[in-house]
Design a protein around this ligand. Sequence first.
Ligand code: ZN
Length: 246
Amino acid sequence: MRCLIVSDIHGNLEAFEAVLNHAGPVDSIWCLGDLVGYGPDPNACVELLRSRPHLCIAGNHDWSALGRLDLAEFNPDAREASLWTRKQLTPDNLAFLEALPKELPEPAQEHFWLAHGSPCHPIWEYILDDRTATDAFGCFQATFCFHGHTHVPILIRLANQQGSERLAWSQPPEEPHTLGPGRMLINPGSVGQPRDGNRQASYMLLDPEALTVEHRRVDYEYWLTQDKMLEHKLPPRLAMRLAYGL
Ligand code: ZN
């Protein structure tokens, strides 16, 4: 089985299509939330995901597009983009987003858990430091948890070293490699708005039976996305950042 792991597509159709083409045939897409928000094609991205076999969970931008979150928690650009997104979404696509669960424990195989932010607080929490990561390992029962939200690809491993558990943070290597040893938090990075200084769309391929994962990057026509954002009068700063991956 071959699974495509994507997160934070953010209504960026050019990036999502580039990832699907680059990944080749897959059996299922596992989407870790923030399908919409920021980008100019929320409906097309929802519909493209819905047209393929998939699992999907909700992110904070999906919830804000549904009016489920207080927009005061967003910065002004994100708030403006969220209000715009809410107006664009068709009733059918809104209903799809409404039905997304907050997390999917052990969705297809016994080893995996999915959450947008963190397994402790799936919608909002960012895993950015040792303390949050340590707590996160206490909040899911599976061996591996895929998550997104930070828009930065990272592997965090909890390994037993000399009788005590230690965290190890690393960049995911680009060649296929076996998961473990030890439990892991795995962030595939963002498809539609990378923030690790690399503007290429970021994703992973997973073989859930062999427990191998591969991190990949792909160029896309980001200037087309930018043009559409400016045309729709979305905040220019959100369009500009796509060129820098920041
Ligand atoms: Zn996001």
